[in-house]
Design a protein around this ligand. Structure first.
Ligand SMILES: [Zn+2]
Ligand SMILES: [Zn+2]
Ligand SMILES: [Zn+2]
Length: 254
């Protein structure tokens, strides 16, 4: 299985518009963070996107993504769904709709944000994405490959993480409910939200993420959804040995 990190930044991205801080002005390519998303290839002929943020076009061009068999949404915040219109390029050659999985709240967020896509009165011919919204109920199967949804808390809002074999992706969370812990055993790699050092009401701080990572005890931990408070090199230098910040373009073979 191959995993490509398409974006590892918080909703603003890094650099942030109109910011002159050292991270935003850094010349280290690892400090350039697009909005959060990963591309998972469980086999050579299956490609799964987790989230479709506002940088999707750029991410797909950079990484030459040509195939998306399904999109798994974690939740409906703008930094995770605003690239949905770009999926027109991935609609199947036979015109089949793109399977989009999410919880009910997320699918409603998508319908609200992309009203023109779902409104029968929208004139045809302008190139609408064809989307099949599928509520998550138990395991998801994409081309025969099973993905396990994971309940997470993003502040008071329940959202989803996803487990692919021995890899789990838990972005945008500040708590892991009891029901999810047993689903996090025996992981080679876990990815966890770690926004910044200071506490935040809906995201793990770095120290909270480290604590969760210790309890999950995967062989390796990568953090994502970082804001400009966490420069790549300096932050990695103070992390425990098996933990690192992810970065845009990081590829894992698991
Ligand atoms: Zn987010
Ligand atoms: Zn900054
Ligand atoms: Zn969010």
């Amino acid at each position: 299985m191959k995993i490509t990190f398409l974006g590892t930044g918080t909703s603003h991205g890094v650099p942030m518009i109109a910011c002159d801080c050292p991270t935003c002005r850094s010349t280290d390519a690892h400090d350039k963070r697009l909005r959060p998303s990963i591309y998972v290839q469980p086999t050579e002929d299956t490609g799964i996107l987790v989230d479709a943020g506002p940088d999707l076009r750029q991410q797909a061009l950079t990484h030459d993504i040509r195939r998306v068999d399904a999109i798994l949404f974690t939740h409906g915040h703008a930094d995770h769904i605003l690239g949905l219109d770009e999926t027109r390029r991935f609609t199947g050659p036979s015109g089949g709709a793109m399977p989009c999985y999410g919880d009910e709240t997320t699918l409603n967020d998508i319908k609200g944000m992309f009203r023109y896509v779902f409104d029968p009165a929208t004139p045809k011919g302008g190139g609408l994405p064809q989307l099949e919204l599928i509520p998550v109920a138990g395991n998801i199967t994409v081309n025969g490959y099973a993905v396990t949804p994971l309940s997470l808390l993003h502040g008071e809002r329940p959202i989803l993480g996803y487990r692919f074999g021995s890899f789990a992706y838990l972005t945008d969370c500040n708590a892991i409910p009891d029901v999810t812990w047993p689903l996090l055993h025996n992981l080679d790699v876990v990815v966890l939200d770690a926004l910044r050092d200071r506490a935040h009401p809906t995201h793990f701080s770095l120290s909270e993420a480290i604590e969760a990572a210790r309890r999950i005890a995967a062989k390796r931990t990568f953090f994502t959804h970082m804001c400009h408070d966490l420069p790549h090199a300096d932050t990695n230098a103070r992390l425990p040995e098996t933990m690192q910040l992810a970065y845009d373009g990081l590829v894992l073979d698991i």
